[in-house]
Design a protein around this ligand. Structure first.
Ligand code: RB5
Length: 157
């Protein structure tokens, strides 16, 4: 599995923690920034959108995005066709969003949870498989909607 990771200035500490976890788990990852300190303010869509496109295009299997609340990152990522970004702040949802929603991006908020819980959430999310079955049908309905109504093919060339 290849994972992309990014945060805005509001998520740099959890991003560092998740990078350690990815290394411990031996998961291949690439860090897409931000290259900033807490006092440097950047805009979350500048990180969420390119990373989401990399997942949608198959360059990366999954991504983890962190901002202050996780909301800006999740709203932005979910604009990209093919992305199922779950904003998660508890371990139960981390597990279920993989089993039931086959979420391909995890968003978290550093101003909402601490690094310990973020790490547990990320580990469960990274290691839980999609259940398929009836959940496949439900995701299929989202894909059908995307095919019908979204014209963006994630092709920026
Ligand atoms: C940045 O101040 C903050 O708005 C951002 O990190 C995030 O929480 C937005 O949803």
């Amino acid at each position: 599995m290849k994972v992309a990771i990014a945060s805005d200035h509001g998520g740099i500490h959890i991003r560092a923690e998740i990078k350690k976890l990815l290394e411990e788990l031996g998961i291949d990852y690439e860090d897409f920034g931000c290259n900033c300190e807490t006092e440097t303010s950047v805009d979350y869509p500048d990180y969420a959108l390119p990373v989401a496109e990399k997942v949608a295009n198959g360059e990366f299997d999954r991504a983890i995005l962190i901002c202050g609340t996780g909301v800006g990152m999740s709203i932005s990522a979910n604009k990209v066709k093919g992305i199922r970004c779950a904003l998660v702040h508890d371990v139960y949802t981390a597990k279920l969003t993989r089993k039931h929603n086959d979420s391909n991006i995890l968003a978290m908020g550093e101003r909402v949870i601490g690094p310990g819980l973020a790490r547990e959430i990320a580990e469960v999310w990274l290691t839980t498989e999609f259940e398929g079955g009836r959940h496949e049908r439900r995701i299929g309905k989202i894909k059908e909607y995307e095919e019908k109504h979204l014209t963006d093919k994630n092709d920026r060339s």
